[in-house]
Design a protein around this ligand. Structure first.
Ligand SMILES: *[C@@H]1O[C@H](CO)[C@@H](O)[C@H](O)[C@H]1NC(C)=O
Ligand SMILES: *[C@@H]1O[C@H](CO)[C@@H](O)[C@H](O)[C@H]1NC(C)=O
Ligand SMILES: *[C@@H]1O[C@H](CO)[C@@H](O)[C@H](O)[C@H]1NC(C)=O
Length: 272
């Protein structure tokens, strides 16, 4: 039996979940006090400066982060942080406040810090990204049946899935590549890519590999599997059973979402 169809996808979600629910974001309002009693000698410059440090940070999902919001105001009236993230400890100095943010899980979170000095309020923003390099990329031994090879690759514990591209290669040549852009879940996930292709004599003994690439706004995190060899020999009954399921599905991507993480996330959201 031959598959002349282009690839079709089967998506199974282990946990029914609503994708795309990005972290609730409170719209920050940039307020300015009365302009006639500015403490600065210059009318055109901001009366003081607000800085948030670091202004950009990438962490594994579930981590906590410290952000230090400081200003050039000698005696700030108050400082506050606006974020959808869970708050931890706070440390204060005379013109700085250091905030701990807990359990960062959204791929991207914006955090705003506001400082009021002599009646004027100014703000600064920081962005936190959460990602996790796959724990493992495993290519099963290729299955040869009829006139086809079937490759199955497992990428485990990866986040965010929407930024993941899984590629199967024969030597340096790409056999198949799939972007998981449409998955917007906020959990660590396991992804299985299955691909069947017609066997050609020159494929025999060729090494095949599976590659997982997370493209994080320019920064690329790359993991690959150990190479496997394309053969025409017998395979175990287990992989034969797997092969027939995969043929029934033609080509499938199986995405398993950690239901536990989802529950925790929803709980966190409902508490805010
Ligand atoms: C926060 O930043 C201020 C100004 O740069 C610095 O003096 C202070 O030590 C920092 N606090 C912490 C906890 O890092
Ligand atoms: C400063 O405190 C006042 C009074 O508590 C409050 O209305 C204001 O929003 C605060 N400003 C900031 C930047 O948090
Ligand atoms: C993902 O795969 C790993 C390793 O096979 C397993 O331990 C883990 O439970 C899986 N996670 C989910 C959410 O299915």
């Amino acid at each position: 039996m031959r598959f002349l169809l282009p690839l079709s996808l089967l998506v199974l979600l282990a946990a029914a979940y609503q994708g795309g629910g990005s972290a609730r974001r409170r719209r920050a309002v940039w307020t300015q006090g009365s302009e006639d009693n500015s403490p600065s000698p210059s009318d055109t410059e901001a009366p003081f400066r607000v800085r948030i440090n670091p202004s950009f940070k990438a962490v594994p999902p579930g981590s906590s982060v410290w952000l230090n919001c400081s200003s050039s105001c000698p005696l700030p009236e108050n400082s506050s942080l606006h974020t959808g993230l869970q708050r931890g400890q706070t440390l204060r100095g005379s013109n700085w406040v250091s905030f701990q943010l807990l359990d960062v899980r959204a791929w991207s979170s914006d955090v705003h810090c506001f400082v009021t000095c002599a009646g004027v309020t100014l703000g600064a923003m920081a962005r936190i990204h959460a990602y996790k390099q796959p724990h493992s990329v495993i290519l099963e031994p290729p299955v040869f049946e009829g006139s086809e090879y079937t490759l199955r690759c497992h990428v485990t514990h990866v986040f965010p899935v929407g930024f993941l591209v899984v590629t199967l290669q024969r030597g340096d040549r790409v056999i198949y590549s799939e972007s998981l852009k449409r998955f917007t879940g906020l959990d660590l996930a396991n992804v299985t890519l299955t691909h069947a292709f017609p066997a050609r004599p020159r494929d025999l003994w060729q090494p095949v590999t599976c590659h997982a690439r997370l493209n994080l706004d320019g920064q690329v995190v790359h993991s690959s599997s150990a190479p496997m060899t394309l053969t025409v020999f017998a395979w175990s009954t287990a992989s034969k059973a797997l092969a027939s399921t995969s043929i029934a599905a033609l080509v499938g991507i199986l995405l398993i979402v950690g239901a536990a993480y989802l529950r925790k996330y929803l709980l966190m959201q409902s508490r805010q």
